[in-house]
Design a protein around this ligand. Structure first.
Ligand code: 2RA
Length: 330
């Protein structure tokens, strides 16, 4: 299969290449794509060197699949051009996620919606993916009424500029700033830009994307998204109110038996998920599962996952794998 990776030189693009190789996706020809300034750069994929090309060249090469992680503006302009050339696009930007004509997919939850007509498929936001991976089985069992989520997000979600800022601050050096404030020894309650309602786009992604992926507009979600100086993944403190009561052992069993979810939950042995240990893995780790004793039918939990992998590259690849397995592409 001829596969383009659009944004191949970015943090997510590099992980996409890594995961493509790791999962032995059937790539017969790789087309690394980036902005004009990177054209001609060499990248190595499965011990073979490839030259980065520009977007127009990539469209003309008619890839079967294009994995995008190059920002919303590039997706809005170029995904339709690839689709018109017969390419299936899986886009990691927010450009198409809430478009009613596009599918927003976490394969373990709603890949069944996909058809051969879907030529632009949206990959959800990283913090949404790890949240819904845990919510979906519990919604099925107990019907979710309301979710309150606070996120503790890795600086890798912002990109290389943020990683460089933290490294500079850690070394006591000045450098380019990805954030308005120092991130070292800090927590910044500001992920993406603020909207008129006082929430950030990141917080509204959690609210809106969750409903779409789970196919239930009745689920109420309110969020606070915070940036913290870690690199291994996003962490989320989640409070879930259900329509019906639940049994904690059954909750743990439901989560543990969900493909892609691993329960790490034993306070006696100090076992709980942490981004330091989630980094580089594809699972969504869940722990600190406990009843909220302040109101009925309500649960607290802690969810951690590598935002560059299951939160972006791996989820996109799993969508592509589903398309191949069900002959919906190529
Ligand atoms: C972030 N989820 O962490 C957003 C985009 N990757 O900044």
């Amino acid at each position: 299969m001829k596969v383009a990776v659009v944004g191949a030189t970015g943090m997510v693009g590099e992980v996409m290449l890594k995961v493509l190789a790791e999962r032995n996706f059937p790539v017969t020809e790789l087309i690394p794509v980036a902005s004009e300034k990177s054209v001609g750069k060499e990248i190595t994929f499965k011990n073979k060197k490839y030259k980065v090309v520009g977007l127009q060249t990539a469209v003309e090469m008619k890839p079967d699949l294009a994995l995008f992680s190059a920002g919303g503006d590039t997706s809005l302009e170029w995904a339709p051009k690839f689709a018109a050339a017969g390419t299936t696009v899986v886009d990691n930007s927010s450009a198409w996620r809430m478009d009613t004509s596009k599918k927003l997919v976490v394969p373990e939850i709603n890949a069944g919606l996909l058809t051969p007509e879907d030529k632009i498929i949206a990959n959800p936001n990283c913090s949404t993916i790890q949240l819904v991976m845990a919510l979906a089985p519990l919604h099925k069992a107990y019907k979710i009424k309301r979710v309150v989520v606070s996120t503790y997000q890795s600086i890798t979600g912002t990109g290389l500029k943020a990683v460089n800022q933290l490294n500079n601050e850690y070394a006591g050096e000045k450098g380019e700033m990805a954030y308005h404030y120092q991130i070292h020894r800090n927590a910044i309650p500001h992920c993406d830009s603020f909207l008129d309602n006082g929430y950030t786009k990141e917080e509204m992604k959690l609210a809106n994307e969750t409903k779409k992926i789970m196919g239930d507009d009745q689920i109420l979600v309110t969020a606070t998204a915070v940036r913290i100086p870690v690199v291994g993944g996003h962490s989320e403190s989640v409070n879930i109110e259900f329509e019906n009561d639940f049994d904690l052992r059954e909750v743990r069993a439901l989560l543990q038996n969900t493909p892609g979810v691993t329960v790490q939950d034993n306070v006696d042995t100090h076992t709980y998920p942490m981004p330091l240990y989630a980094e580089g893995k594809d699972e969504v780790f869940v722990g600190r599962i406990r009843r909220d004793e302040t109101q009925p039918n309500t649960l607290n939990m802690w969810i951690v996952s590598d935002n560059l992998r299951k939160g972006a590259a791996t989820n996109a690849l799993q969508i592509a794998e589903h398309l191949v397995a069900h002959k919906l592409i190529g």
